[in-house]
Design a protein around this ligand. Structure first.
Ligand SMILES: [Zn+2]
Length: 152
């Protein structure tokens, strides 16, 4: 069984003023993180101030969308019935040095391995959000069943 993105009937992210550039990036097919213009520190959680040097210099930048599987779990009992199991929430270490939370799709559970090279893919939800998932970089993109909504 190939892991698939859960995008129908599941809770959707609610962008805040600080996280809106991240979600706008997803809708544009771009995975964004923040980088400090003063010291270069990268950050995933939106902030106006750098966690390393405290400068108010955090800027949104596009990433390559590539990284490695750092940690994951496989969920076999869904938190709510809308989630199709199994699914694999994961922490992906981006090549830019930031760790992002997502889920791995496009491979079987037993193919998940430490350091697996991954690439981002964006999938629209049935509520009009576009969310990032990661698939193995060495495999062809997966076909995702369409949702009724179009990305915003
Ligand atoms: Zn800094």
């Amino acid at each position: 069984m190939i892991l698939q993105p859960n995008v129908v009937g599941v809770p959707n992210p609610v962008p805040s003023a600080d996280s809106r550039p991240y979600w706008d990036g997803c809708a544009a097919g771009e995975l964004r993180i923040q980088r400090c213009a003063s010291c270069g520190h990268v950050n995933v959680l939106p902030s106006r101030w750098c966690a390393a040097c405290a400068a108010p210099s955090m800027r949104w930048v596009a990433t390559s969308g590539s990284g490695s599987l750092y940690s994951w779990t496989v969920v076999w009992r869904p938190q709510i019935p809308a989630f199709t199991v199994p699914y694999a929430p994961a922490i992906v270490m981006l090549d830019e040095g930031a760790a992002v939370m997502s889920a791995v799709v496009g491979c079987a559970v037993d193919e998940l391995t430490d350091g697996l090279r991954l690439t981002v893919m964006f999938v629209p939800t049935d509520h009009g959000m576009v969310v990032p998932f990661f698939r193995p970089a060495a495999t062809a993109p997966i076909t995702v069943p369409s949702t009724t909504a179009s990305p915003t």
